[in-house]
Design a protein around this ligand. Sequence first.
Ligand code: NAD
Length: 304
Amino acid sequence: MSELIAFIGVGNMGLPMAENLMKSGKKIKVFDVSKITIDIAKEKKLDVVENLDDLITTEVSTVITMLPEGKHSKEVFLGDNGVINKVSKDCLLIDCSTIDIQTSKEIGKKATEKGIQMIDAPVSGGVMGAQKATLNIMVGGSKKAFDLALPLLKIMGKNIFHAGDLGSGNGAKICNNMSLGIAMIAASESLMLAKRLNIDIKKVHEIMKNASGNSWPISVYPPLPGLIEGTPSSNNYRPGFSAGMMNKDLKLANDCAKSVNADTPLGKLALEIYEKFCKEGNDAKDFSAISKEIGGDAWDYPID
Ligand code: NAD
């Protein structure tokens, strides 16, 4: 079978990932349900197919998906005209979306019943990581499927981990993002406290970057503008990674915790804080804009 990648979902993350595959010389066709997204993909010279039915044929050797939630992955893979009913059994399926473990396993089970190899392969590193191909990719699935996927994953990411059986990639990602959500709130609390104390935020940021209060939100993705160029906070909080997506991931983490009786009080509180922020109409803003919720009347930065 000649190599042809079908890439479904070319939003904030999928687009740069697909571009990296194209630039590496792979034959790739992309599809998205959003007209705006499709137009952007065309501008980037990607080969866009306007209809999922026309994209998924027995000629396709790999399907990669980068979709918002489990319900979207389920529809694309298991729907009446879904991927699993249309590809050949030699096709490899790679779902890079961050979704619930149960849905990942359900899709994988249906694929396995048809003799099709599948992995869940959610990523971390944000849009910048996707653009620079430095993503961390957390894989769940058989060793055979992992080995098959590895050359493609190495084009899109830097650190590729085999976390365990199908669903383990999402399990690892959910654990990671629970910490990230908590850390973004913690960084916002510290920087906004410094502001209220009238200490130069740039200095506090520099100190924290070098001291024991450092974290990914402090050193790479600060929640206040003017600290690191090119971050969403320095770009009116345009995402990036939306608050709605972080809310989804914290909900996944809390559901996981409940399912195994794990006590995660900070994860629960982080979910409540993001839930409130999203209900106030902020779900499309970058998740670092949570500093607005934390800062209250002391927060006075530009936001779209
Ligand atoms: P996004 O909303 O920008 O992109 C998702 C794309 O999927 C959209 O363009 C949407 O139109 C498309 N889509 C939805 N349903 C579809 C369908 N049935 N068929 C085809 N296309 C469909 O989201 P994103 O930020 O790119 O995130 C995608 C996934 O990656 C999410 O699960 C998210 O949690 C995860 N993630 C995001 C980031 C980040 O920084 N943005 C980082 C790591 C992981």
